[in-house]
Design a protein around this ligand. Structure first.
Ligand SMILES: Cc1cc2nc3c(=O)[nH]c(=O)nc-3n(C[C@H](O)[C@H](O)[C@H](O)COP(=O)(O)OP(=O)(O)OC[C@H]3O[C@@H](n4cnc5c(N)ncnc54)[C@H](O)[C@@H]3O)c2cc1C
Length: 816
């Protein structure tokens, strides 16, 4: 007898692949037993049934690594819980290095693993061979071994998750396609299927490669595209069943034992996009035609590593489509465009490895409104305007796919789909030697080459000192000693307007925003755990209007956070005005003199002090000037209506000879801000860190007895102390290259890792920031009384610690 669809449910999960089943399982575990999962065909019939089943854990983000670790812990016990076999084997994972740069990468990954508490051993070629005797080792420099990595049977794991979900109360319906959503006043009311309608509180779309087109029908942007991915399955040739999985990135290939034979696949540099005109109807349990010609390049590489493959019979060259994303990470969270529409999709060929943790995190997000911890690298709100255009998404995604196994160099930039989003100054700056990077589609000058000295504006990637090191040093010096212009047009900018703007912002912001017109307020915006969701500058433009400025990459996220936290009964509207203004940041000790040269407005310190916003005229243009700095010098952010951008830039540059004004880029900003101790959202601060832990208590309005979101946690921490604290670490050796994620040791004990790393040219030393953790509490005395070392690519480096800025512009001296 066929079960009837229920009329109501708390949550409806769309899609019965591994992600949907894991999400439903975890929803039920969190008490949402009134959950329904709808699958258009059969469970696993989308992408899941044809996955290879490798389960690796290490990523560049601590929290994503933790999430994958959760998958392993779950897969270990799922069979015992459900009685269904999962094929889970924890044979470990080997990763090879065949050149010195790769070996440096692997060593740095080993440090990262250690920072995140994941066991990873460095091996010499013989030790690697002992673990994987089928391979040639003549080109090996070394290898890394992660003993807790493993492999599973994707369909079996999915069926076990589905069974676990059913056991906990979830209803699962196959052959039930969701045809439509009923939406009322910006919220989903019900899902519609041919078998009936289910009224529900939340919808969780885990529809794999179908997710983009499904979501687009409701105005939700999910940037993923289908790409062909192939692997061979061989006949049995005596491959031992306890063989670890193997990744050989220099040969673009991966391997796994399967019933005495081998699964071998790889990432071609020239991937093939699939379903350009949409996924065909009836595509289920379907594979694509094997493409032997395209796979030949991978096969050749594999034969060089595993000669026995030459004589192994090939059962199948499996070609399956998988959804990939423009940055290689998956997509989780509530859609910023539509309330109650949650997404879990875009798994970039590591959906089996991710499913346990991703389902757990998504279920928490659905039931509690927030993920269990900061998942910014996977957050749906990391995307924005550039990701609406499918052609652009596909172009960038194919590049990301092709780079899956290439060396992930620090500071590496994508090359495809560029230039796309340009400041009005783009051509001017390019002709003056700008080397651009890209963020959220925007072209941003990273540094300027000296064209007269025949420097080429091009990054040459390496793990060692970068080719632009000296150029950035010049810009840094100019910012400290004369003046520079940074083109920061890509800043996200919002207007909050309405008769209750002050009351609304006072609730959302942790700092006091009830300041007179003309004030600038630097503030964090906190979640209910006191974690920092946004780090912004608010300019009070009028009684009922604020102008809010935040980082380029946070445009969608911060807009979503602010708008969804405006209390319902208040009158305040948030509008994104990013594209209306160019931002020229004029920074450095000569900046006031330069500004005075080009404006008749009084910009003296008395007339225009720090922390104020003022509209001034420059060369006929109305310019909103914000007296603020992120580099630790006297400076002004000039927000210029976009059509005046070139006029204002030219007027400023015309003062050149007198004041030493030069162009500078984002890497000089980074170097200056590290010296001055300014925090960066997404690395030093974020939803897992409170202002008290981050040394930003001074920016919280505790003195005023006003309620604000997150206040209780801050009160508790100010009273009872914290268990982690952001500190600055300076290695004694100036030649050490810090990149972030290096392990922090205090008195020989591992206490954290670097959230930021870089170089300070004024102090002439590398600089790192990171949290020192201690379950019994961290105080300033605890921090300052320790002796510190950093683990950099598995070398211990002695460091000095500081809780104060290393650089003070007033004193012009180094304090470290
Ligand atoms: C060749 C290949 C090898 C791979 N190897 C690995 C590996 O070794 N390790 C690893 O971790 N990952 C691997 N992957 C990736 C992994 O297979 C995927 O990331 C994972 O299966 C994605 O699961 P999913 O649930 O998101 O999607 P799917 O399995 O596609 O599930 C989505 C489901 O949604 C259903 N659906 C769609 N629209 C609707 C609708 N309107 N109503 C109801 N249902 C709907 C579909 O029918 C489908 O069943 C590999 C992928 C490929 C292609």
């Amino acid at each position: 007898m066929t079960k009837e669809l229920p009329k109501t449910a708390k949550a409806v999960v769309i899609g019965g692949g591994i992600i949907g089943c894991s999400t439903a399982y975890h929803l039920a575990k969190l008490g949402w037993t009134d959950t329904v999962l709808l699958e258009r065909k059969k469970l696993t019939s989308g992408t899941t049934f044809h996955a290879a089943g490798l389960v690796g854990q290490l990523r560049t983000s601590a929290n994503i690594t933790q999430l994958l670790g959760y998958s392993v812990d779950l897969y270990k016990k799922l069979e015992a819980e459900t009685g269904l076999g999962t094929g889970w084997k924890m044979n470990g994972g080997l990763r090879l290095a065949c050149n010195q740069e790769r070996w440096t990468e692997v060593k740095r990954q080993a440090t990262t693993a250690q920072s995140f508490g994941l066991e990873m051993h460095l091996l010499n070629p013989q030790e690697a061979f002992d673990l994987w005797p089928l391979m040639t080792t003549d080109d090996l420099v070394g290898a890394a071994f992660l003993p807790t990595d493993g492999q599973a049977n994707p369909s079996d794991i999915t069926q076990a998750l589905a069974k676990g979900a059913r056991m906990a109360g979830v209803s699962i319906f196959e052959d039930t396609e969701v045809l439509d959503l009923e939406i009322d006043k910006g919220r989903i009311r019900a899902v519609i299927t041919a078998q009936g309608r289910i009224e529900c509180e939340r919808v969780v779309v885990c529809a794999g490669q179908w997710t983009r087109s499904f979501a687009a029908r409701f105005g939700v942007n999910v940037p993923l595209v289908s790409v062909e991915h192939q692997y061979i399955i061989t006949d049995s040739f005596g491959v031992p069943s306890n063989l670890p999985t193997l990744r050989d990135p220099d040969r673009l290939t991966y391997y796994k034992e399967e019933v005495g034979g081998m699964v071998m696949g790889g990432y071609e540099p020239n991937p093939i996009a699939w379903a350009l005109d949409g996924i065909p109807d009836g595509f289920h349990y379907t594979l694509l035609d094997s493409n032997f010609d395209h796979f030949e390049q991978i096969m050749e590489q594999a034969l060089g590593r595993v000669p026995a493959l030459e004589n192994a019979g090939i059962k199948q060259l499996l070609n399956g489509p998988e959804s990939f994303t423009p940055d290689g990470n998956f997509i989780l969270g509530e859609a910023p465009e539509l309330k109650n529409f949650f997404v879990g999709a875009g798994f970039n060929a590591f959906g089996i490895a991710s499913a346990g943790g991703a389902g757990m995190a998504l279920a928490e997000w659905v039931t509690r409104g927030e993920p269990p911890y900061d998942l910014w690298p996977a957050d749906i709100r990391r995307f924005g305007r550039p990701h609406f255009d499918t052609d652009w998404v596909r172009t960038r995604t194919l590049e990301a796919y092709g780079k899956h196994y290439t060396l992930a160099f620090p500071f590496e930039e994508y090359a495809s789909g560029r230039p796309c989003r340009k400041s009005p100054l783009y051509d001017r700056l390019k002709s003056q030697g700008a080397c651009f990077g890209e963020k959220l589609g925007w072209e941003r000058p990273n540094w300027f080459a000296d064209l007269f000295a025949n420097e080429e504006p091009k990054d040459i990637y390496t793990y060692a000192r970068q080719n632009w090191f000296d150029a950035v040093g010049r810009e840094h010096k100019a910012a400290r000693e004369a003046a520079v212009i940074f083109d920061q047009t890509s800043f996200a900018k919002f207007v909050l307007k309405g008769r209750d703007a002050e009351t609304a912002l006072s609730w959302i912001a942790a700092n006091d925003v009830a300041k007179p017109e003309g004030s600038l307020i630097y503030t964090q915006m906190l979640n209910d755990k006191g974690g920092i969701e946004c780090d912004v500058t608010c300019a009070r433009i009028a009684e009922n209007e604020y102008y809010i400025v935040t980082g380029t990459g946070f445009a969608t996220h911060d807009f979503d956070w602010i708008s969804r936290n405006i209390p319902d009964d208040l009158h305040a509207e948030l509008v994104d005005v990013t594209s209306a203004y160019t931002v020229l940041s004029l920074m450095g000790p000569n900046s006031r003199a330069i500004l005075q040269e080009v404006t008749t407005s009084d910009v003296s310190n008395a007339a225009f002090p720090f922390g104020r916003v003022k509209t001034i005229g420059i060369a006929g243009c109305p310019v909103r000037a914000l007296r603020i700095t992120y580099v630790g010098e006297l400076g002004y952010e000039l927000h210029v209506p976009i059509e005046y951008a070139i006029t204002v830039y030219d007027a400023l540059m015309a003062t050149d000879g007198q004041f030493g004004l030069v162009n500078a880029g984002y890497r000089a900003i980074e170097s200056c801000r590290l010296e001055k101790g300014y925090r960066a959202w997404g690395s030093d601060i974020g939803p897992d860190h409170t202002p008290v832990e981050a040394g930003l208590s001074w920016a919280v309005k505790m003195r005023k007895n006003t309620p604000f979101k997150g206040r209780e946690v801050i009160e508790r921490q100010l009273e009872g102390g914290v268990k982690k604290m952001l500190v600055c670490l300076v290695p004694e050796n100036p030649d050490i290259v810090l990149l972030g994620r290096e392990t922090i040791y205090r008195d020989g004990k591992r206490v954290g890792w670097l959230s930021s790393g870089g170089f300070g040219y004024t102090i002439g030393k590398p600089i790192g920031y990171g949290y020192v953790r201690n379950p019994d509490g961290v105080t300033e005395d605890f921090v300052l009384s320790g002796t510190y070392e950093l683990d950099v690519a598995r070398e211990r480096v002695p460091c000095k610690v500081s809780l104060k800025p290393l650089y003070d512009p007033e004193m012009k001296r180094v304090k470290a």
